[in-house]
Every structure is written in C-alpha cells, then in structure tokens.
Design a protein around this ligand. Structure first.
Ligand SMILES: [Cu+2]
Length: 325
C-alpha cells in the first residue's frame, strides 16, 4: 500500500506547487506586478538563506561525527592493520581540513556577492600566478598521498610468507568453508571436477597430502603468529572481508588469491573491550547473489594451547571418509 501512496503523495505535492505558482502569477497580473522580476529584497533573502543552510550543514556534519563515531571499526587487530589505519586517518584528516576551510568560504561568498543593483561583475579572465598555485599545490599534496599509499600497499602485500600457517578459505554461494593442511602442513590438491555433495571443495583424495587435511566451519588463528589465507571460489567472484584485521581479497573462480597477516588480539581480549557479543567475522564484500548478506564465517583468535586443543578435535578428511563407508 505504501508503495502506491508515497508516489501518489509526491505527484500531488508537485501538482499543488505548480498550482500555487500559477495562482501567484495570476495575483501578480491583477496587481500589475511582474512576479519574475528579482527584487533587492529577494536577493537579500536568498543570500541570507545561503548562510543559514551552510551553517546548519556544517553543524550537522560536526554533530554526526560526534554522534556516530562509535559505529566505526575498533582499532585494527593485526600488525599491518595499524599502517592501514594510519593511512586512513592521514587521508581523512587532509580531507577534513580542506572541507572545513572551503565550505564556509563557499557559502559566505554566495552571501557576500549576492545580486545587488549597484554591483557589477568584475571582468578578470586570467592570472598565470593563480593558475600555477592551484595546479602545483594540489599536485604536490596528491603526489605525496599517492606515494604514501603505494608504500603502505607495498609493505602490506609484499610480506615474507615462508613461516606463515597456511589455511585455505573457500567461497561459494552462499557459504564459507576452510581447510587446514593437517600435520604434513601441505594442502592436498583439488579440482573443481571432483566437487560433489560430500566433497564441497573438490579435494583430490588420490593425493596423499589430502588425507590429513581438515575441512572446518570456523577458522582458528594463533595470536601473534603469521597466517596465510589462500582463497578459492566455486561459482562467482566473492570478496573475503575481515574488517577487524583490515583484510580484504577477492575470491575468483579458477584463480588462487592470498593474503598474509598477523593477528594481534585474541577474541577474549576483544570481548573485554567490545562487549561479550564480539566475534571476529569473515564477510563477503561482493554482492554475489540473493543470500550474499548472510555469507559469513566465525574467526577465533586464541593462544597456541587453545588452538592445539581445537585442531586436535577436528576430523581429518580420511577419518570422515571412513565414517561415511
Ligand atoms: Cu559472496
């Protein structure tokens, strides 16, 4: 019902506005005044409204920054995440300085140079010095920002993964699965042709490395130990997004992508800071279909002892096959 009513109300409001304008035009004709003639009073009102609306807009910006700041993510829970946060704060700081300098000037000038009978526009077609300043200054600043961004990207992405613990993260519509390499620390081969109802990941069980692999429904990480996530996708492009670790990587069918990072805070520590409901979560950040919004998997960061106990409780693919037979 609301779907019909809202457009109807909008149409009626437009019709009412057109009618009001026509009535005022007719009134003007009767009183012999030209309603399209812009008077000094009109210009003063418009100029004044610019200042009021500009001021209210700036107050709203400051208010929503104070009011909704707590909805932002907590500080990064990974080593590289601190660099990303620093880059974000630097860029945001720069934008805010420019915004709070230029916006008041913009609205004030609209007021100051409002239409006046005795005011004539000053013809000022060109100034090389001005052109040079507003080209060179932004160029220098933006080049600095780009170099800083590239350096951060380079140090986040080009890390030594030789001693990182490898975990496969597998995406499909609409679920995440993960595979631990088991005791041999080598993930068994896989092939999409082997995917069936019991072998979601298409793991090749002919490969001896596959036997001790463990397919898990949540990922456990050891605090302060580097981890290498290897992403695969079964159907469409998904995007693995771990907001608290500042990790995001596309999962592309037919392609293996990866992200290495080191978690720095356990789930227990985060629960103390953020409340009992807190859990690290892997989300899909690519609109991949109808149930995209619900595509998530729990991540747990814990101590080495807790991880050892958990991984020992998980069944290997070999054991799972035996129970199926
Ligand atoms: Cu997805």
């Amino acid at each position: 019902m609301a779907n019909v009513l809202i457009p109807l109300i909008i149409i009626l409001a437009i019709v009412a506005l057109v009618q009001i304008t026509r009535v005022s035009e007719l009134l003007g004709e009767l009183k012999k005044i030209d309603v399209n003639n812009v008077t000094e009073e009109d210009n003063n009102t418009q100029g004044f409204l610019f200042v009021v609306i500009g001021g209210a807009f700036l107050i709203f910006v400051v208010w929503q920054m104070l009011e909704w700041n707590h909805l932002l993510l907590p500080p990064a829970s990974s080593m590289h995440g601190e660099q990303i946060d620093a880059l974000m704060q630097f860029t945001m700081g720069l934008i805010l300085v420019a915004f709070f300098l230029l916006t008041p000037i913009l609205f004030y000038f609209a007021y100051k140079y409002r239409g006046r009978k005795d005011n004539r526009a000053y013809y000022y077609p060109h100034n090389n010095k001005l052109e040079l300043i507003w080209t060179v200054v932004p160029t220098i600043i933006l080049t600095g920002v780009i170099i800083y961004g590239l350096k951060t990207w380079d140090s986040v992405m080009n890390v030594d993964t030789s001693d990182a613990h490898e975990i496969e993260v597998y995406s499909k519509q609409f679920q995440w699965l993960a595979r631990e390499a088991g005791e041999d620390k080598v993930l068994g081969a896989s092939n999409f042709k082997l995917i069936d109802a019991t072998n979601n990941l298409g793991v090749d069980m002919e490969d001896p490395n596959s036997l001790d692999d463990k397919v898990v429904r949540e990922v456990h990480l050891v605090v302060d130990k580097p981890v290498l996530l290897k992403f695969r996708s079964q159907d469409v492009i998904h995007s693995a997004f771990l907001p608290h670790f500042r990790v995001q990587m596309n999962c592309v069918p037919g392609l293996s992508t990866q992200f290495a990072f080191t978690p720095t805070q356990t789930t227990k520590e985060m629960k103390i800071q953020e409340g009992e409901d807190f859990d690290y979560v892997l989300l899909c950040n690519k609109i991949c279909g109808a149930a995209h919004y619900n595509m998530q998997m729990k991540f747990v960061v814990e101590t080495q002892e807790e991880y050892d106990a958990w991984i020992a409780s998980q069944k290997t693919l070999d054991e799972k096959l035996l129970t199926q037979k």
